[in-house]
Design a protein around this ligand. Structure first.
Ligand code: SAM
Length: 326
């Protein structure tokens, strides 16, 4: 295993975080980027969420993967370089790497240094023949794909977990354009995309009975207290999640339970009772709307696998040849 990704112990760039969080708190409605959920504790809480009965996305995506992994591997072809965006625990990737034919390297990209380090140790021990090159980076900013020992026949990206849903449609399109450029002509993308469905099922998935998602959401404030010198009172904010059918998205917020003033990095922010900080969107797609998005970003949809209840989809896209632009 080589390990020449820019791996540092503590996630992210503190100055960028301060700038982005302050900018998000100064405007109304207040919003902060969801990538800041993933400090070490946030990554652990996310793993707990994936095991909840209410949180169908991980369970269903794993079942789709288990049922069709050989077809997926056939689409990806032999000798590929596998790049994973937001790799987290790399649990799904382990199953994919088992099925792939002679992948030359695996490049997991994640903003959470702790999650990346733990996942890479497991994957490298399990797949000693594959070069594993972790990239501790923010994929919404600039990053460089490392060179591999062996040349790859093709670059294929993996983006499971419906993390694409955290982008609004414009950002999602820009992200896919970037992935198409990184993978290049002939490249591919295997992506997990959550589908529109019954509101009750959706809202339960983001507001579980045990309160793990609430803890995940509130952990942002704990992180800001620690890393940005903020003084949020975690008892004075409450988790709220709801589905907006017009925007086809789950919104997560932290709601101020009283009038209060909070300091973040030396700046004071006044909250009235009921004011919220918007912390995450999770867009849901119909198959048609996702196909349009992929197409507008330069991809062709080659295959779509769904579960019998059509809760979730895994899709294989290929970078469209510039000569065959529609
Ligand atoms: C919803 S979790 C999905 C984890 C895993 N891929 C799965 O399918 O279960 C999102 C993952 O993406 C990472 N992540 C979120 N925003 C990121 C960003 N801007 N750059 C790099 N990684 C990011 C998080 O640290 C986390 O591991």
């Amino acid at each position: 295993m080589t390990n020449h990704g820019a791996m540092t112990k503590h996630g992210g760039n503190r100055a960028v975080m301060r700038r982005e969080v302050l900018a998000g708190l100064r405007v109304r409605p207040r919003a902060v980027p969801p990538k800041y959920f993933y400090d070490a504790r946030g990554s652990q809480l996310f793993e707990q969420i994936t095991e909840l009965e209410e949180y169908y996305p991980t369970r269903v995506e794993l079942a789709i993967l288990d049922g069709h992994v050989d077809e997926m591997a056939a689409c990806m072809g032999p000798g590929c370089l596998l790049l994973e965006y937001g790799s987290g625990s790399s649990l799904k990737t382990g199953r994919l790497l088992e099925a792939l034919s002679e992948p030359v390297a695996y490049v997991p990209i994640d903003i959470s240094g702790e999650a990346l380090e733990a996942a890479v140790a497991k994957i490298a021990a399990r797949f000693s023949a594959i070069e594993v090159i972790p990239l501790h980076a923010d994929y919404s900013a600039a990053y460089e794909i490392p060179t591999t020992f062996q040349p790859a026949r093709r670059r294929v990206a993996y983006f499971p977990g419906s993390t694409i849903g955290n982008f609004d449609p414009q950002q999602a399109s820009e992200f896919l354009v970037e992935v198409a450029a990184v993978c290049g002509p002939g490249g591919g993308l295997l992506i997990g995309v959550d589908l529109e469905k019954d509101i009750t099922v959706l809202e339960r998935a983001y507001d579980d009975a045990a309160g793990v998602t609430a803890e995940f959401n509130l952990n942002l404030l704990r992180r800001f207290n620690r890393e940005l010198g903020a003084n949020f009172d975690l008892e004075a904010f409450q988790h709220r999640a709801f589905y907006d059918p017009d925007k086809a998205r789950i919104e997560m917020h932290l709601v101020s339970l009283r009038d209060q003033v909070v300091e973040v990095a030396g700046e004071a922010f006044a909250f009235s009772a009921g004011d919220t900080i918007h912390t995450e969107n999770s867009y849901k797609y119909s198959r048609e709307r996702f196909a349009q998005l992929a197409s507008s970003a330069g991809f062709d949809v080659e295959r779509v696998w769904v579960d019998p209840q059509e809760l979730f989809s895994v899709q294989f896209l290929t970078v469209r040849d510039a000569a065959s632009e529609p």
